[in-house]
Ligand binder design. Structure first.
Ligand SMILES: O=C(O)CCC(=O)C(=O)O
Ligand SMILES: [Fe+2]
Length: 501
C-alpha cells in the first residue's frame, strides 16, 4: 500500500524506504530462500554498477539521498481514463484512443495470464535464481548481466539507499533457445505467461522477422528505479502491463519541446528519479496568472496499479519511476492504425527493416493473410507508397530501455530554459567541463568513432598534453577506474579459480 501522505516531498515516510511493514507477515529474505555467497555478491554488484554507470563513482550511488523522499502522488492527480478490456471493442479503442493518439489505462488484461500467479518474487527466484538478467549496458552497448538471486539480494540491501537502483530490463526471454544448461541457468521462457491485450495483437512488425529490433521486455525493479524521459523508437506505440507494485508515469504529447521536459541538468543525470525530483516541480509550478508548463503542454500523470496496462501512443514522451517493487512486461508495436507514423521514422532510421515490411505487405496485398483479406493489405501498402512524397526528416531513435530522450523538437518560447541545480556538486560534469551523463558520453563516443583515426590520435595527444601541462589528477575518474580495474582483476581471478588455473 502507498504511504498515507502523498507528495513529492523530502520527508521520510514510515515503511517507505525499508520495505518492511509491521502488520504484514514477515517476508523471507533472499538469503533465507537461496544460498548467497556474500563475497561473490559484493564483487558482482560492484562490477555491474561500475559497468552500467561508469560515470558514477561507486561510492556515490546514494549521494543525493533520494531514498528519503516520498514520490507517491495522490490518486486524484491521475486523470487518465480506465477502460475494461472485456467491455471496450477494438473499434471503439481505435476510434477513441489509438487514432487520436491518446494515452489510456486498460484494466482486466491480466485475467487468466499465468503471470498473475507465477510472476512474484518467490516463484521467479525459485525458477531463475542463477539466470543472469540484464540490468544495464556498458559504455560499448554490451549488456551488463547479473544473477537473479544477487539482483534480488541487492534490492533488499544496498538498493534501499541507492538514488537510482539498477533495473532489470531484459528482452532475452523472448528468444527461445534450447539449452543443455541446468534449469536455473536456462533462459526464462516467459512468453507463455502473458498474451498481448487484444488491442495490440495486430503488430505489423511481426512480418519483419529477424530484422526486427528488440521489442518486448521483462521489467523488474525496486523503488526509484525507472526509465528517464524518452519516446519509444521508430514511432512505435507501447503497452506496459504491471503485475506487481506501482509505477508513476508522466507523459507529454509529441509536440512538446524537448528543452522543456528534458532540460540540461547541470550536475545531474537523466535518471527518472532525478527528473521527478528536479524537473517535475518546475513544470507544475504555476507562475501567478500564467499557466504552468505542465498545463501548457498537456502533461499527463498516471499512478499505475497492479493489473493495469498503460497504452503509450507513438511519439509521446514519457518518464517512468517504480514506487515500490514492481514486475511488468512491455512491448512496442506498429499497428495498422499507426503505420504511417512508424513508416516515416523507420524508412530513414532502419531502411532494411522498412523494406522488409513493405515487401511483405505488398505480397499480402496479392494473396491476403491469416488475419485480413487482401483488400486490407492493399490499403496499407498504398498508404505507405503515398508517403514517398513526404520528404525525409531525421530524428535519432531512442530505445525503450534508454534513460533519456533524443527527440529534437524546439521552441523559441523556451530558449532560455535551463535547469539550475545547486543542491549538490556536479556528478556528471567532469573537470573538463564536459557532461558525463550516459547519453552525452555515448554521443561523444559515437562522434569519435566516426572521426578518422588520424584525428583520434591528434585528439589523444592533445588530451595527454593538456593533462601533463595542467598537472591535474581527475580524482573522480581515477577512483572510478581504480574500482573498475580492481573488480575486473578480481573477476578474472574468480574465473581462473573456477577453471582451476
Ligand atoms: O516500465 C518502465 O520503466 C518504462 C517502460 C517504458 O518506457 C515503456 O513501456 O515504454
Ligand atoms: Fe518507453
Amino acid at each position: 500500500m502507498p504511504p498515507s501522505t502523498y507528495s513529492c516531498s523530502s520527508e521520510q515516510t514510515e515503511n517507505q524506504t525499508n520495505g518492511t511493514k509491521q502488520n504484514q507477515p514477515k517476508v523471507k529474505s533472499v538469503a533465507e530462500l537461496v544460498s548467497i555467497d556474500f563475497e561473490k555478491y559484493e564483487r558482482k554488484i560492484k562490477n555491474a554498477k561500475v559497468r552500467a554507470r561508469s560515470e558514477l563513482d561507486i561510492f556515490e550511488w546514494s549521494k543525493h539521498g533520494y531514498a528519503k523522499n516520498n514520490y507517491w502522488i495522490p490518486p486524484f492527480a491521475d486523470k487518465v481514463p480506465r477502460i475494461e478490456e472485456s467491455k471496450v471493442s477494438r473499434e471503439e479503442f481505435i476510434e477513441k484512443y489509438e487514432a487520436p493518439g491518446l494515452p489510456v489505462v486498460i484494466t482486466g488484461c491480466t485475467k487468466g495470464w499465468p503471470a498473475e500467479v507465477k510472476w512474484n518474487r518467490e516463484t521467479l527466484l525459485k525458477k531463475f535464481e542463477a539466470y543472469r538478467f540484464k540490468v544495464g549496458e556498458d559504455d560499448n552497448g554490451n549488456p551488463v548481466r547479473m544473477q537473479f538471486k544477487y539482483y534480488l539480494h541487492y534490492l533488499e540491501n544496498e538498493a534501499i539507499r541507492d538514488d537510482s537502483p539498477l533495473y532489470i530490463f531484459d528482452s532475452s526471454f523472448g528468444k527461445l533457445k534450447r539449452s543443455s544448461q541446468s534449469k536455473q541457468y536456462r533462459r526464462p521462457c516467459l512468453l507463455r505467461d502473458y498474451k498481448p491485450p487484444k488491442y495490440f495483437d495486430d503488430d505489423l512488425f511481426r512480418f519483419t522477422g529477424e530484422k526486427r529490433p528488440p521489442y518486448r521486455w521483462f521489467v523488474l525493479g525496486g523503488e526509484r528505479s525507472g526509465t528517464g524521459m524518452h519516446f519509444d523508437p521508430l514511432g512505435t506505440s507501447a503497452w506496459n502491463t504491471l503485475l506487481v507494485g506501482h509505477k508513476r508515469w508522466c507523459l507529454f504529447p509529441p509536440s512538446t519541446p524537448r528543452k522543456i521536459i528534458d532540460p540540461k541538468m547541470q550536475g545531474l543525470d537523466h535518471e527518472a528519479v532525478s527528473w521527478f525530483t528536479h524537473v517535475f516541480p518546475i513544470l507544475v509550478k504555476g507562475n501567478g496568472q500564467e499557466e504552468s508548463y505542465a498545463e501548457k503542454f498537456g502533461m499527463i500523470q498516471v499512478l499505475q496499479k497492479p493489473g493495469e496496462t498503460m497504452f503509450v501512443p507513438g511519439g509521446w514522451h514519457h518518464v517512468v519511476m517504480n514506487l515500490d517493487f514492481t514486475i511488468a512486461v512491455t512491448q512496442n508495436f506498429c499497428s495498422p492504425t499507426s503505420i504511417e507514423h512508424v513508416w516515416l521514422r523507420t524508412r530513414n532510421a532502419r531502411p532494411k527493416l522498412a523494406q522488409k515490411l513493405l515487401t511483405k505487405l505488398t505480397k499480402l496485398s496479392n494473396v491476403g493473410g491469416k488475419r485480413h483479406d487482401k483488400e486490407f493489405y492493399i490499403v496499407l501498402a498504398n498508404k505507405i507508397k503515398l508517403l514517398d512524397t513526404v520528404p525525409a526528416f531525421f530524428e535519432s531513435s531512442t530505445s525503450s530501455s534508454s534513460s533519456s530522450s533524443s527527440s529534437s523538437s524546439s521552441s523559441s518560447f523556451v530558449d532560455d530554459y535551463e535547469l539550475e541545480v545547486s543542491e549538490t556538486q556536479s556528478e556528471t560534469e567532469g573537470s573538463d567541463g564536459e557532461c558525463h551523463c550516459y547519453n552525452c558520453k555515448m554521443k561523444r563516443k559515437r562522434k569519435i568513432r566516426k572521426e578518422k583515426p588520424e584525428r583520434i590520435k591528434q585528439r589523444e595527444e592533445h588530451e595527454r598534453q593538456k593533462i601533463e601541462g595542467q598537472q591535474t589528477i581527475r580524482i573522480i575518474g581515477n577512483k572510478g577506474k581504480r574500482n573498475h580495474d580492481r573488480i575486473m582483476n578480481e573477476d578474472v581471478r574468480d574465473k581462473k579459480k573456477r577453471k582451476g588455473i
